[in-house]
Design a protein around this ligand. Structure first.
Ligand SMILES: C[S@@+](CC[C@H](N)C(=O)[O-])C[C@H]1O[C@@H](n2cnc3c(N)ncnc32)[C@H](O)[C@@H]1O
Length: 322
């Protein structure tokens, strides 16, 4: 899905949802005019945004032409910045939800002041969501994927698998420290929250870093990795296994299979904690705990060489016994 498609879909969905919810509120709770008004405003804002987007997409010059126009300005340098493709919806969803919660809290406070525990809680959740939204934006930094200082890659000419590479934050970090080794960047390239699924951005980011020659890009699924047993000297996988719902253990077992005996696997995952509460709110409570990851990785056959936290997330350096 392209960036503009994602934004179009998002605007249309929120616009229609706002209109429907506003109407429902007006009919069912005529007293809640403030809430209905807020929902209509949200809907209009998104539908107007959609109209502007559609018109501008139609009239705007192709990117190549725009680049030519901006050749002599500072924009040229910016065009060579890494882009990890986090969609507009993914980057701004928290802030939008926080805004909706604040409006609800305000409406409740005005209409039912005595319900203060409810509107106070809603406002607090809004603050947490806002903080989460701001935290999420820091993940756009090019240095976000500085990996923990672990002795992951013992050999000079290692072959490393980046499982679920996305647009390449980890691929860049690992390729830079790899000496003469190579990286296989594997992904399904279908994540809805990464522009275009990530493959084109990965190629572009590697090109900017001058690392294209060091990386083989492979489209594939972590539960069916298209490589033989013990093929990789090391594996990294950041913010991926925790996205795999009920296929987490299958994914870990498959990574175990393709890692050579004695090889190490750096896994970064979300676990319940302050950072993830800010990012995922009450949903963070349903995340697999650190103890849960220990159990699951052991079940897949790994031993734990090291573990800790960085950027608010948990990391494990796992080892396949000899
Ligand atoms: C949150 S992104 C993280 C990308 C990258 N590792 C990073 O830290 O920037 C998760 C990535 O995992 C990929 N992914 C999730 N499940 C997968 C699977 N079963 N097989 C291959 N890739 C998968 C998604 O396509 C997406 O690119």
């Amino acid at each position: 899905m392209t960036k503009s498609n994602t934004v179009h879909d998002h605007n249309l969905l929120v616009g229609l949802f706002g209109l429907a919810a506003g109407l429902a509120f007006l009919l069912v709770f005529p007293k809640f005019k403030v809430v209905a008004g807020a929902l209509f405003l949200l809907a209009l804002f998104h539908l107007a945004g959609l109209a502007v987007l559609m018109v501008s997409t139609y009239f705007l010059a192709p990117e190549k032409f725009r680049r030519t126009l901006t050749r002599f300005s500072g924009k040229k340098a910016r065009a060579r910045e890494y882009d990890f493709g986090w969609t507009w919806g993914a980057m701004n969803g928290h802030l939008m939800m926080a805004g909706v919660l604040f409006l609800f809290a305000l409406a409740l406070q005005l209409e039912f002041g005595w319900l203060w525990p409810v509107w106070f809680l809603l406002a607090l959740l809004g603050v947490a969501l806002m903080a989460g939204g701001l935290l999420l934006r820091t993940s756009k930094r090019p240095d976000f994927a500085c990996l923990p200082m672990v002795d992951l890659i013992p050999g000079k000419a290692d072959l490393v698998l980046d499982a679920g590479c996305g647009a390449g934050r980890t691929t860049l970090a690992i390729s830079k420290v790899l000496g003469e080794g190579r990286v296989v960047a594997l992904d399904r390239f279908d994540a809805y929250y990464i522009d275009g699924g990530g493959r084109a951005l990965l190629e572009r980011n590697l090109g900017i870093a001058g690392l294209s020659g060091k990386v083989d890009i492979v489209a594939g699924d972590i539960v069916r990795i298209p490589f033989p047993d013990g093929h990789f000297d090391a594996i990294v996988s950041t913010h991926v296994i925790d996205h795999m719902k009920d296929a987490k253990l299958n994914g870990l077992q498959e990574l175990f299979r393709v890692l050579k005996p004695g090889g190490r696997f750096l896994m970064v995952v979300w676990v319940p904690g302050l950072a993830t509460f800010l990012l995922a709110n009450v949903f963070s409570l349903g995340l697999t705990s650190t103890a849960g990851w220990r159990k699951m990785t052991a079940k897949a056959g790994f031993t734990i060489h090291d573990e800790g936290t960085f950027n608010g997330m948990a990391f494990f350096v796992l080892e396949k016994p000899l």
